[in-house]
Write a protein that binds this ligand. Structure first.
Ligand code: SAM
Length: 318
């Protein structure tokens, strides 16, 4: 065993959430259970489930993020970030998100007393991430953060050298497509129009590249991040499968393979719920587009369910 001993983490404190881990084999302190590189774990043996959507995405952000943040099409649920940061890093440690969007990882890290650093390709989202960090500081967050604007494939150049060997946790989520992203607005004609469903119009944004190019870019980003990791760091990636023209793309497996190419091995595969848990029932929080795709025969390819979770891949350096 690698023997990563981090000790049991307290549940992250947040007023209205009742986050807990269902069916986890190791409660809230999984780091000491990492397998060695020589013995990759069975992907099913380490499943655990995080109740991270007890409140809607909007409710989780209300008052904690500037309102313009809602326009970002692919945000991580704050409760997912909070849970991952509490489980895989300690107060005072450095948490990095190389594709930080409007800064969910950074804001939650700052509130949990971590030092946060992010990279975001789009100036619009990077500016919002800075504003959100400013709001966290105003609200008394005990940690702080900073954001570099640029292509994270050049992380080695963008990040200050002082971070080398100090990042205890990389928490990130790669972008993919726009099929289920965005908001809808009704028109006077009784139709609906899509808005806020794209990261930008820049074709070089990895979100807009074909899946293969996106994965190659993600590998490069992870390779760049590796120089900044501590010896016992974790790289946590949240990701979902998606459908393209009705066909299921097993994105979590593709991302796991991309991470392997960057010298990272899968230590755990967890589940972050996107649906609320009420007793023995799930409260679905499917987006308009998820429901629309379900009803469109060419998109759903006969499938009759919406996703209620996303995968949380926990990777460690080989
Ligand atoms: C899924 S979103 C991350 C959202 C973030 N977790 C949040 O909650 O705000 C992925 C982000 O990666 C950014 N991105 C795409 N290509 C990038 C690159 N080469 N370097 C850095 N960021 C990139 C996109 O603009 C997008 O904001």
């Amino acid at each position: 065993m690698r023997g990563i001993e981090r000790g049991r983490r307290p549940l992250p404190a947040h007023p209205d959430d009742s986050e807990r881990t269902i069916g986890s084999r190791h409660g809230f302190a999984p780091r000491s259970h990492y397998s060695s590189a020589a013995q990759p774990v069975s992907e099913t043996s380490l499943l655990s489930v995080w109740t991270t959507a007890q409140r809607s995405s909007r409710a989780q952000r209300s008052g904690r993020y500037v309102a313009e943040s809602m326009a970002h099409p692919g945000k991580m649920l704050p409760a997912v970030a909070r849970h991952a940061i509490a489980a895989y890093s300690r107060p005072g440690e450095v948490v990095l998100d190389p594709m930080c969007g409007i800064g969910t990882t950074l804001v939650e890290a700052a509130h949990l007393g971590r030092q946060a650093v992010g990279i975001e390709y789009e100036p619009r989202w990077a500016d919002l991430a800075r504003r959100n960090l400013g709001l966290a500081a105003e609200q008394g967050a005990s940690g702080a953060g900073e954001v570099a604007t640029g292509d994270a494939r050049a992380a080695g150049r963008l990040l200050d050298a002082s971070y080398r060997g100090r990042v205890a946790l990389v928490l990130t989520s790669p972008p993919y497509g726009a099929v289920t992203h965005g908001h809808v607005r009704p028109t006077p004609q009784g139709r609906v129009v899509k808005q806020d469903h794209r990261y930008s119009t820049d074709r070089a944004n990895l979100a807009h590249r074909p899946v293969r190019a996106l994965l190659e870019g993600f590998t490069q980003i992870l390779v760049g991040c590796r120089a900044f990791l501590t010896a016992d760091a974790a790289v946590v990636v949240t990701v979902r499968p998606f459908r393209r023209n009705g066909e299921l793309v097993d994105f979590p497996s593709l991302v796991t393979a991309a991470a392997r190419d960057a010298g990272l091995v899968l230590a755990e595969r967890n589940v972050a719920l996107l649906a609320g848990v009420r007793g023995d029932r799930l409260v679905a929080r499917a987006s308009f587009f998820a429901l629309h795709n379900l009803r469109s025969p060419h998109r759903s390819a006969g499938v009759r369910h919406v996703r209620a979770h996303e995968d949380v891949l926990v990777l460690v350096p080989r």
